[in-house]
Design a protein around this ligand. Structure first.
Ligand SMILES: Cc1cc2nc3c(=O)[nH]c(=O)nc-3n(C[C@H](O)[C@H](O)[C@H](O)COP(=O)(O)OP(=O)(O)OC[C@H]3O[C@@H](n4cnc5c(N)ncnc54)[C@H](O)[C@@H]3O)c2cc1C
Length: 485
C-alpha cells in the first residue's frame, strides 16, 4: 500500500505538511502533479507563470527523487478530468491515502470535492492541510460570528492568533531507510516548456524552484526587511521581497516567511528592524485576508463585485483607451512605466498596481474586470484572491476598498513615489532625456519627448464624474429593492 501526495500550488519539499504526513504514515510515498493546460487557459494563467510552475516542478521532481519519492506528471487537461485521472492512478498504484495542501478558490474546491467523492468508494480519503495560509480561511470570525470584511480588526485577531500559536514548520523530509533514490522523468515538462517558447530575456529574469525561493527569502530577511517600511513604496528601490511568485506557486511557505519575520521582529537587531518586519507581516496578513474573503464569498469567483450596489455602475467599454492602458501609452508617465514593467517582466510593484488599477477604473472609468483579466494574463504571480482583492480595492467595489471618491492623481503619485523619475526613465526610453521634475508632466515640454504620447484623458473633473456614477448606481440598486446585479 502506498501514500500519495498530490501537488498543486505548493511546489516544495520543505515545510510541507502534506508531504510530512505522507512520510509519517510509514508507507511508501509517491507524488503526482496534474498537468492541466486547458484549465490554465480557462483561468487565463500567464505564459510566464506557466513557465515558472513547470520549471519549479522540474526541480521538485529531482528533489523528491533524491528522497526516493517518484513524482509523476499526469496529463489532465481540465479540473473536470481530475477525479477520473486520479482514480485510475490510485487503482494502478495501490494508493491507500491521498494528501494535499488545501486550495480555496471555488473551482479548486469543486475539483477537490469531486475527487474526494470519487475516491471514497475506493477506500481512499483525501486529507487536506492548510499550509497555503497562516490562518485557515474560516477560522476567524467577528463577534457576530460572521467573516471579517474589514482588514484592521482582522489583522488584530490574526496577530493574536499568531502570538498564541505561531506556525510550526514540519521537520525536513528524510529519505526513509532502505529506499533508493529515483530518477525524475522531466520529458512532459520539457515538452510544455518548449511549447511556451518564451524568450530567454524574459525567463532569465526569474529563478524558479524551492532552492532559489528559500535563498531569496533569507537574503530579504538579512538585508532588506529592516528597511521595508521605509522603502516599500518606491518602485526604483529593491524595497520589497519579490516573493509573491514563490508564495503563489508555493515554492516557499507562508509559515517559513512568518517565522523568519517574527525572528527579525523579536531581535530588532538593526535600526527599524522591528517596524520593517511588522509592516511586512501585515502584507502576509493581507494575503490571508483576501483568501478568506474569497473562501467566504464565493460569488466573487463569478466576476461579481463585493458591494452589490456597485454592480450597477455603468463602466466604459472603450477598447481604444483600454489598449492604450495595456500598452503603456496613456501619456501619464508613472502609469505607462508600470504597464511596461508588467509587459516586459511579468511583475509589477505593489504601489504601481494600485496606481495603474485606479487609473483604469477611475480615470478611464473602464470596467475593472478588464484590468483584472489583463493582469492575470501577464503576471508571474497571478493569484485570483490577491488580484481580485487588489482590483476591487482600487475600483471601490470591494471589501474594505478605497472609497469611490478617492482617486489617485497619477502626477502626484509619480512625484511622491518616483521623485527623480529613476523608475520612469528605466521603463520609458522616450522620456529618458526629460530634465528634473518635467518627467512627471512631459506634455509641458513636448519638444523634449517627441515620441511620447499626449495624455489620452484629462484629469479635470474625474472625482465628480466617478462620484456621480457611483451615486447613480446606488440609486438604481436601492430602487430595485437592493437586488444584486
Ligand atoms: C490591482 C492589484 C492586483 C494584484 N494582484 C496580485 C496577484 O495577482 N498576486 C499577488 O500575489 N499579489 C497581487 N497583488 C498584491 C501585491 O501587489 C503583490 O503581492 C506584491 O506587489 C508582490 O510583491 P512582493 O512579493 O515584493 O511583496 P512584499 O511587499 O514583499 O509583500 C510580501 C508578500 O505579501 C503578499 N502581499 C503583499 N501585498 C499584498 C496585497 N495587497 N494583497 C495580498 N497579498 C499581498 C504577497 O504574497 C507578497 O509576496 C495585487 C495588488 C493590486 C493592487
Amino acid at each position: 500500500m502506498t501514500a500519495l501526495v498530490w501537488y498543486r500550488n505548493d511546489l516544495r519539499a520543505q515545510d510541507h505538511q502534506a508531504l510530512s504526513a505522507a512520510l509519517g504514515s510509514k508507507q511508501p510515498v509517491r507524488a503526482v502533479y496534474l498537468l492541466s493546460p486547458g484549465q490554465w487557459d480557462r483561468h487565463q494563467v500567464a505564459p510566464i507563470r506557466r513557465w515558472y510552475v513547470l520549471a519549479s516542478l522540474h526541480e521538485l521532481g529531482e528533489t523528491l527523487g533524491k528522497l526516493g519519492i517518484p513524482l509523476d506528471i499526469l496529463p489532465c487537461d481540465t479540473f473536470d478530468e481530475a477525479p477520473a485521472v486520479l482514480a485510475a492512478y490510485c487503482r494502478d498504484r495501490q494508493i491507500r491515502a491521498l494528501f494535499c495542501t488545501r486550495e480555496y478558490p471555488l473551482n479548486e474546491l469543486r475539483r477537490d470535492r469531486a475527487v474526494a467523492d470519487t475516491l471514497r468508494p475506493l477506500g481512499i480519503e483525501l486529507q487536506g492541510f492548510d499550509d497555503a495560509v497562516i490562518i485557515p480561511p474560516r477560522a476567524l470570525k467577528t463577534g457576530q460570528g460572521t467573516p471579517y470584511t474589514v482588514f484592521t480588526p482582522y489583522r488584530r485577531r490574526w496577530d493574536e492568533c499568531l502570538a498564541e500559536a505561531p506556525p510550526s514548520l514540519p521537520p525536513a523530509p528524510k529519505k526513509p531507510a532502505g529506499v533508493a533514490p529515483v530518477t525524475f522523468d522531466a520529458r512532459a515538462l520539457d515538452a510544455q516548456i518548449r511549447l511556451l517558447d518564451l524568450p530567454d530575456t524574459l525567463t532569465g529574469l526569474w529563478q524558479p524552484g524551492e532552492k532559489a525561493a528559500q535563498k531569496q527569502l533569507q537574503q530579504f530577511a538579512d538585508d532588506r526587511l529592516a528597511d521595508y517600511r521605509r522603502d516599500r513604496d518606491f518602485p526604483a528601490l529593491p524595497g520589497t521581497s519579490l516573493l509573491s511568485t514563490a508564495l503563489s506557486a508555493g515554492t516557499v511557505s507562508p509559515a517559513r516567511c512568518v517565522t523568519l519575520a517574527r525572528a527579525v521582529q523579536r531581535a530588532g537587531s538593526k535600526a527599524g528592524g522591528k517596524e520593517g518586519a511588522t509592516t511586512w507581516l501585515s502584507e502576509i496578513a493581507w494575503r490571508d485576508f483576501y483568501r478568506q474573503i474569497m473562501a467566504n464569498f464565493p460569488h466573487l469567483a463569478w466576476g461579481a463585485p463585493f458591494r452589490p450596489e456597485t454592480g450597477y455602475v455603468q463602466w466604459s467599454r472603450d477598447e481604444q483607451l483600454f489598449q492604450a492602458w495595456c500598452e503603456g501609452r496613456t501619456g501619464y508617465p508613472l502609469v505607462d512605466a508600470a504597464m511596461r514593467q508588467l509587459n516586459s517582466t511579468g511583475w509589477m510593484h505593489n504601489r504601481l498596481r494600485m496606481v495603474s488599477a485606479m487609473f483604469l477604473s477611475k480615470n478611464l472609468f473602464i470596467d475593472w474586470r478588464w484590468g483584472e483579466s489583463y493582469f492575470m494574463q501577464q503576471l508571474i504571480d497571478g493569484d485570483f484572491a490577491a488580484n481580485n482583492g487588489g482590483w476591487q480595492w482600487s475600483a471601490s467595489t470591494g471589501t474594505d476598498a478605497a472609497p469611490y471618491f478617492r482617486v489617485f492623481s497619477p502626477i502626484r503619485q509619480s512625484e511622491r513615489f518616483d521623485p527623480d523619475g529613476t523608475f520612469i526613465r528605466q521603463q520609458v526610453p522616450a522620456l529618458r532625456d526629460l530634465p528634473g521634475k518635467q518627467i512627471h508632466q512631459p506634455w509641458k515640454a513636448p519638444l523634449l519627448a517627441p515620441d511620447y504620447p499626449a495624455p489620452v484623458v484629462s484629469l479635470e473633473g474625474v472625482r465628480d464624474r466617478v462620484t456621480a456614477a457611483f451615486k447613480a448606481a446606488k440609486n438604481i440598486h436601492d430602487s430595485a429593492g437592493g437586488a444584486s446585479r
